[in-house]
Design a protein around this ligand. Structure first.
Ligand code: NAD
Length: 431
């Protein structure tokens, strides 16, 4: 099978490289020429563990992977075309901006020469794949193509492993022919006994949003429980642990923090509720989760402001929306750092991977080469993102270079008693 992947963002590039690893001839297409040049030279445009090696292997050794800025040329002889372009929130609106998806659909419709599958891997609201079908069938007969929804569940930071060993693969089709082709495509995963969930196209589209919204709900829920724990002197970490042992609940996504961020949860939660509203369905729980998360970011910043002097120098450790990625899209850490800066504080940051991205967008923050340098002369240290390298900072050394021994551990990665022994004033989350 010859595969074409349209969009070389996190999802497109990882999908392309992993399908090449399965042994398929794969062309990744992007309209961004600079990005394609970077990829052709073997460099990954973002940080993702294992990607440099995978790219180099399939670009230079197996030659199963190639890059192009022409969808028209790449589509010749293609058996499956994946749409993996971005679906961000629309400006000032909650629903998904599908303009990139429509543009790809139009381009595909003008260039199909033989039967192929068009697969939406981008996260799109229910009904989108059917719209794509309408767009394409205006130009080409419906026998020449089929539309499939195959949502992606990978997580940045462990994306390759998630793609190679997914919890499940969801395949939404409207006929047996396309289901058979998709099952053949994912055959390498059968050997690992990966569950394949087949459904209608609409059901597959909803599975993705329902999954992300449910995970966001878990985070929102435990964060509110953390507030109660803090108010009454209980410990949310013990609460999470005891809840998580219950197999009906499970331990994942019960870690408290300053709220969820990233390129998916915030926009997907909003888009899910917004889509439902169009069908006169009130997803009130999902709406409440979104509201709770927005408030949480403000409350976290407030807690820091209330417990530090005016015009403090604040060392901010961790800027990416989670560890092991350089992605800062909708990063909660950055939102809090910017809020603190707006209130007159000086923010001295360090992040192991996300500094370049942050520097380009947030010139008001100061950037340092190491965590220790960022901590120098600070009035308080804030742990924003729980990178492993922040888990064992040398606080004996740090206590000698800070102005004031104070730490806001937004991710609860430190032991309060140990830091208090060293003379630090410790503010955890929900304890
Ligand atoms: P991204 O913004 O990082 O990348 C999208 C890419 O598509 C960009 O490189 C852009 O130049 C390219 N593009 C846009 N229009 C194009 C066109 N007409 N032709 C060719 N290329 C075009 O996006 P992403 O983070 O990879 O996400 C893609 C989709 O996958 C989104 O719907 C997202 O919600 C979903 N998703 C993302 C993740 C994640 O962890 N990032 C996980 C699962 C699902």
């Amino acid at each position: 099978m010859k595969l074409v992947i349209v969009g070389t963002g996190y999802v497109g590039l990882i999908t392309g490289a992993c399908f090449a690893e399965f042994g398929y001839q794969t062309i990744c297409v992007d309209k961004d020429d600079d990005r394609i040049d970077t990829l052709k030279s073997g460099k990954c445009p973002f940080f993702e563990p294992g990607m440099d090696e995978l790219l180099s292997k399939h670009l230079n050794i197996t030659k199963l992977l190639s890059f192009s800025s022409s969808l028209k040329k790449s589509m010749v002889d293609a058996d499956i075309i994946f749409i993996t372009v971005g679906t961000p929130s629309r400006r000032l609106e909650d629903d998904a901006d599908l303009s990139f998806v429509w543009s790809v659909a139009n381009e595909i419709s003008e260039n199909i020469t033989k039967y192929c599958l068009i697969v939406t891997k981008s996260t799109v609201p229910v009904g989108t794949s059917k719209e794509i079908k309408k767009i394409i069938s205006k130009k080409i007969s419906e026998e020449t193509f089929d539309i499939v929804s195959n949502p992606e569940f990978l997580r940045e930071g462990s994306a390759i492993d998630d793609f190679m060993r997914p919890d499940r693969v969801v395949i939404g089709t409207d006929n047996k022919k396309s289901e058979k082709i998709m099952k053949e495509l994912y055959r390498p995963l059968f050997l690992r006994e990966t569950p394949i969930v087949t459904s209608s196209v609409e059901t597959a589209e909803i599975i993705k949003y329902a999954s992300n919204s449910f995970l966001a709900t878990k985070i929102g829920f435990i964060n509110e429980v953390a507030d109660l724990c803090e108010a009454v002197g209980a410990n949310v970490q013990d609460v999470s642990r005891a809840m998580g042992i219950d197999q009906r609940i499970g331990p994942k996504f019960l870690n408290v923090g300053p709220g969820y961020g990233g390129s998916c949860f915030p926009k997907d939660v909003m888009a899910f509720a917004s889509t439902a509203k169009k069908f006169n369905v009130d997803l009130s729980i999902v709406n409440a989760v979104h509201h709770s998360n927005r408030v949480r970011i403000l409350k976290t910043a407030d807690k820091i402001i209330t417990n530090t002097k005016k015009r403090s120098v604040l060392a901010f450790l961790g800027l990416s929306f989670k560890p092991n990625t350089d992605d800062i899209r909708d990063s909660t850490s950055i939102k809090i750092a910017v809020l603190l800066n707006k209130k007159g504080n000086i923010i001295n940051c360090f992040d192991p991977q996300a500094m370049n991205n942050a520097k380009q967008e947030f010139k008001e923050l100061n950037y340092f080469d190491t965590a220790i340098e960022a901590c120098k002369n600070s009035d308080a240290i804030i742990i924003g993102t729980e990178w492993n390298e922040f888990r064992a900072l040398n606080f004996i050394e740090i206590s000698k270079i800070v102005n004031s021994k104070k730490i806001f551990d937004l991710r609860n990665i430190y032991d309060q008693t140990e830091l208090e022994k060293l003379g630090f004033e410790y503010y955890g989350t929900g304890k």
